[in-house]
Design a protein around this ligand. Structure first.
Ligand code: AMP
Length: 299
């Protein structure tokens, strides 16, 4: 049984076989040893409040690597809104329990901001060749600089063979692929399908903040996306976006932030459809002041 000393502050965790690291030093020592033994390292970055969507990424990593690292870290530099950062659910004890039920050999890294950023909690500036200016980038100032900065820190420390990201944050997935290729970070990036609740609502840590009635109503997002997909077979992208906008205007519980039908490579809105290109439809909307995002493939 090996447990980092900081974890011993949490009495109920003493019996866990799994390792929970809080410091960069612990990770470095462990990784250097694993690399000497030629172990492959799978890595799943998360902000915690884990659910079955996260679990699906972790399971894929376990099936493809000898070691799996999961980071649990609410990254302050990717939030443009202090209240959103403040209200983001933090449930480390439950997260450890959920991970333990998947496999007790997973390594959790849950540093403080000061520890990870070594006291300098600021973003670097990145260019992702324009991907960062679409959708989320338009509505969350500095978000992708924060994502790039924190992943650069984690990748450099953990040196994963493969890192796993959900298509739930499809723009982030494309930006991470760009980050790795452009800045030569030497990590393979794998995108994983969106895991949904039975109602079709995409699983999200933010769903925990929804009231029971809002959670039920939130299935409206996925229902609208699926209907939009049907319409995309015969209508132009603009017509479908207009139809989606109207559906949200009629639903008084929601406030639509954006709907975009975009090319999956450039993330730019579709002007004219081409059979050779692949498209997805993306939505960000507020319900109960909680911001939810979702997307599906159209062709
Ligand atoms: P987060 O903790 O929200 O930053 O998410 C951590 C990782 O899990 C990201 O790569 C997300 O895209 C992914 N993820 C979150 N929700 C889901 C979901 N419902 N299905 C699949 N992946 C997800």
């Amino acid at each position: 049984m090996q447990i980092s000393s900081n974890v011993l502050d949490l009495p109920s965790f003493n019996f866990y076989k799994m390792k929970v690291f809080n410091t960069r030093e612990e990770v470095l020592t462990f990784i250097n040893d694993a690399k000497k033994k030629s172990k492959t390292i799978g890595y799943v970055p998360t902000m915690g409040a884990l659910h079955q969507g996260h679990a699906s990424l972790i399971k894929q990593s376990i099936s493809q690597n000898s070691i799996t690292f999961v980071s649990v870290f609410v990254n302050p530099t990717q939030f443009d809104n202090a209240s959103d950062l403040d209200k983001y659910p933090r449930t480390l004890e439950n997260d450890i329990e959920l991970i333990k039920q998947i496999d007790s050999n997973i390594i959790i890294f849950a540093p403080t901001s000061k520890e990870l950023y070594q006291g300098n909690i600021t973003s670097k500036n990145y260019s992702f060749d324009g991907l960062e200016h679409e959708m989320e980038g338009k509505h969350r100032a500095g978000h992708f600089d924060g994502v790039g900065t924190v992943l650069d820190l984690f990748f450099t420390l953990i040196k994963p063979t493969i890192a796993y990201f959900g298509e739930k944050d499809f723009q982030q997935l494309q930006i991470v692929k760009k980050l790795v290729s452009k800045y030569k970070l030497g990590v393979n990036i794998i995108g994983c399908e969106i895991f949904r609740e039975a109602s079709g609502l995409a699983m999200s840590s933010r769903n925990k903040r929804l009231s029971p009635s809002a959670r039920k109503e939130a299935a409206f997002i996925n229902k609208t996306l699926l209907e939009a997909k049907k319409q995309f077979g015969t209508k132009s992208a603009i017509k479908v976006e207009e139809w989606v906008t109207k559906q949200f205007a009629k639903n008084k519980q929601f406030k639509l932030e954006y709907v975009s039908i975009a090319n999956i490579k450039t993330l730019k809105p579709v002007k004219r459809k081409s059979k050779k290109q692949q498209y997805r439809i993306f939505i960000a909307a507020f319900i109960d002041n909680i911001r939810l995002i979702d997307n599906i493939a159209l062709n």
